[in-house]
Design a protein around this ligand. Structure first.
Ligand code: ATP
Length: 369
């Protein structure tokens, strides 16, 4: 494989502050691991609307097709009016268009970062293409209808195909995590099949079918309300949580809060051919432009993208760069270089600078081992 082409879409709000930091430290990690990357910056979001009259110009979508993966910065899509031409939500559109069916959202505790719990290491595997999200659950039109001034009708879509493939993704991931961590694999299906008997009933049926194909993985299922309760009481009990779209969106933010900050919560949107790195957090307009945003979630999201490239292409250079980013981030946090969301006073720029140095120090430590 020559150089990987990776798209860079800065997004809105704090996006132009945190995405370039992730790109810079990822470039350095790639360089020292001999991983060739060609970064391709592409317009998206409010800046793209200003320039091209479109929050996701066609040229961006066409170019992404020539990339192996990309980084999507946060988009302030609640400020977009989807009824206006050129104002679609890039995040939902790209997930649907490129069939990025699994949204993988890990949450773990980090040494040196104050959090309510210790030793949390879980991952939410969220179905990404259907459920109640009107921007992706129908081919044309919008699945949320305002029938009269006072009545809204929403459509929920649940298909066997999507449920089976998200369940397979979760069980495969649990098996890999168990091998890496030397502990038994465990998958928890989160649903509300006691009330949403047909939709979540189908989801649960598919999870059970896949569980039977992975006898070495401990499988349990739990109602979403109980899962929220247990997650707060005892998050250490969970390993891989597999969920329909909406429940996964909510539970992964909750999990991020339990381990520190949204600023530390990464995600990868995965399909069979492409992957999109995207921090869990939004555009954080309350702190945009202040130079204090935490870039760690973006950095970890790019590490997940490198890890995925490594797996897809059997490429140890990509796996090396992913590990280097994670280890250097861990060293940076452990040294107390914390942005205000984590209780520190360090700026985005200071964090970036320390992390660049941590990459060199981590590499030296690896070589001395
Ligand atoms: P969205 O609907 O796009 O998810 P939101 O306003 O609901 O947006 P966020 O933009 O994620 O949610 O912001 C939630 C809170 O977390 C805000 O107070 C924001 O400042 C904070 N926050 C989010 N991301 C970061 C970050 N990277 N660094 C520091 N604080 C952050």
């Amino acid at each position: 494989m020559g150089a990987y082409r990776i798209g860079v879409l800065l997004g809105d709000g704090i996006g132009p502050e945190v995405v370039p930091v992730a790109q810079a430290v990822a470039s350095e990690a790639a360089r020292v691991c001999h991983l060739a990357v060609e970064w391709v910056q592409l317009p998206v979001g409010l800046a793209a609307y200003e320039e091209f009259g479109d929050t996701l110009p066609q040229q961006t979508v066409d170019t992404l097709r020539t990339c192996q993966g990309w980084i999507l910065g946060p988009v302030e899509h609640h400020r977009y009016d989807p009824r206006q031409p050129g104002m679609r939500n890039p995040s939902g559109f790209l997930r649907k268009h490129f069939d990025l069916y699994a949204n993988v959202r890990p949450a773990r505790t980090w040494p040196g970062v104050p959090s309510r719990y210790e030793h949390v290491d879980l991952v939410v595997v969220r179905e990404n293409t259907e459920d109640v999200y009107p921007d992706r659950n129908v081919l044309e039109g919008d699945a949320e209808l305002r029938v009269t001034e006072d009545v809204v009708v929403s459509l929920r879509v649940v298909t066997r195909r999507a449920c089976l493939r998200i369940a397979r993704y979760a069980f495969t991931l649990a098996t890999q995590r168990a091998a890496q961590r030397g502990r038994p694999a465990r998958v928890t299906a989160v649903h509300k099949a006691n009330v949403l008997r047909r939709g979540d009933g189908l989801f649960l049926e598919c999870c059970r079918e896949v569980a039977a194909q992975f006898p070495e993985v401990t499988f349990e299922d739990v109602h979403v309300d109980a899962a929220s309760y247990f997650l707060v009481r005892d998050p250490v009990r969970y390993d891989v949580l597999v969920t329909p779209n909406l429940f996964g969106d909510i539970l992964s933010d909750q999990a991020a809060g339990l381990v520190g900050s949204l600023g530390l919560a990464p995600s990868l949107n995965v399909g069979d051919r492409y992957a999109m790195a995207q921090a869990v957090h939004g555009s954080a307009p309350d702190i945009a432009g202040l130079g204090i945003a935490n870039p760690a979630a973006e950095v970890l999201s790019v590490a997940m993208l490198f890890q995925w490239l490594g797996q897809q292409h059997g490429d140890t250079h990509a796996t090396c760069a992913a590990r280097l980013l994670e280890d250097a981030l861990q060293a940076t946090l452990a040294a107390g270089v914390l942005t205000p969301d984590l209780g520190g006073s360090c700026s985005t720029a200071q964090f970036a600078h320390t992390m660049q140095q941590a990459i060199q120090a981590t590499l030296k430590a690896w070589e001395e081992r």
